[in-house]
Design a protein around this ligand. Structure first.
Ligand code: ZN
Length: 129
């Protein structure tokens, strides 16, 4: 019986220790939940299903009559159009959720037709606009 009492006492102490850890960590966990969501590419974990097997398609082929070209958001050139803003894709192997990335976003030119730019003016977030 004494062994059982010692085991119960040890378990109660462990529960108190775990509760103290939760109480200590909870504010930081709550604060992190209000932060922007990290990407699957950064986490290597699916934000939708929690899957931890993530596939990367470094370049995605766009199959044309002339053959495969990189799938891109725009093209450039007068005689021969070349893809600009080629895409890569990160895919959750469990649920199929996909994140697309432009490999070299600095190559994109804002022309107002194919590519438009939208920004948020942080200085203009007050209630009186
Ligand atoms: Zn998933």
């Amino acid at each position: 019986m004494a062994d059982v009492d010692r085991e119960i006492a040890a378990l109660k102490a462990e529960v108190r220790r775990l509760q103290a850890t939760i109480d200590e960590e909870l504010p930081a966990i709550r604060a992190s939940l209000s932060q922007p969501r990290a990407t699957m590419r950064a986490l290597l974990e699916c934000p939708h299903c929690g899957g931890r097997r993530v596939l990367e398609a470094e370049k995605v082929a766009d199959r044309t009559d002339a053959g495969d070209v990189p799938l891109a958001v725009a093209s450039k050139g007068f005689w021969v159009r070349k893809p600009v803003g080629a895409l890569s894709c990160w895919i959750c192997a469990s649920c199929g959720f996909a994140e697309w990335y432009v490999i070299s976003p600095e190559q994109l030119e804002v022309d107002g037709q194919t590519i438009a730019e939208h920004t948020i003016d942080d200085a203009d977030q007050g209630p009186y606009r």
